[in-house]
Ligand binder design. Structure first.
Ligand SMILES: [Zn+2]
Length: 203
């Protein structure tokens, strides 16, 4: 039986003895761990301040006309896809509602230059809801017009609708619980995508 002792583990000095930024030797009272790296307190405060500035800048100087354009383009694309899909398949496919919220939210954030803010969230939700309602109108319009044509009835449901009342009447024809669920998904997506980042750093 050998009693050879295994080699002692190297008495490696932990990599955390020097600040990852200024390389200062760290003491117990002057070290902060962040993202698997250690910093001296003053470097950590500097980095934290820079990060806060960067996050705050994401919500400043937002070009709202461009954001609105991006949101409307996204909403239009999403509404057209949903309309086309639903008319072709006769199925109101809920996942495509996610598409409307997704495209509106990303359209607003991207066209604003990758910004995020409460204002962009409100804009996205408004455009998302409108896009969804227009898409639902287009779907109903198509099906109602098919029925009218089959009956040989004169007149068609037009787009755009001639009045808000017409818009409402066409929508309410079949506005059930599933539509509400889809609408909730649109609102959620449009709200969550341009949401301002929350900075959670240990102090
Ligand atoms: Zn340092």
């Amino acid at each position: 039986m050998s009693d050879a002792t295994p080699p002692a583990p190297p008495t490696d000095t932990p990599s955390g003895t020097h600040c990852a930024r200024c390389e200062k030797r760290l003491t117990e009272g002057d070290r902060v761990t962040a993202n698997d790296r250690v910093f001296c307190r003053s470097c950590y405060e500097t980095l934290r301040f820079e990060l806060q500035r960067a996050v705050a800048a994401m919500s400043e100087n937002i070009n709202y006309p461009m954001a609105a354009l991006g949101a409307v383009l996204g909403g239009t694309a999403g509404a057209l896809v949903w309309w086309g899909f639903t008319v072709l398949t006769k199925i109101g496919f809920g996942l495509l509602a996610v598409g409307i919220g997704f495209l509106v939210g990303h359209g607003a954030a991207r066209f604003a230059g990758g910004k995020r803010s409460r204002g962009l969230q409100a804009l996205s939700v408004a455009v998302g809801v409108l896009s969804f309602l227009v898409a639902a109108y287009l779907v109903n319009m198509t099906f109602i017009n098919e029925i009218l044509a089959a009956r040989g009835a004169p007149g068609r449901v037009p787009f755009p609708p001639r009045s808000l009342i017409m818009f409402y009447r066409v929508l309410e024809a079949n506005f059930g619980i599933m539509k509400l669920v889809f609408l909730a998904i649109v609102i959620y997506e449009a709200w969550i995508i341009p949401r301002p980042l929350k900075l959670t750093v240990p102090s």
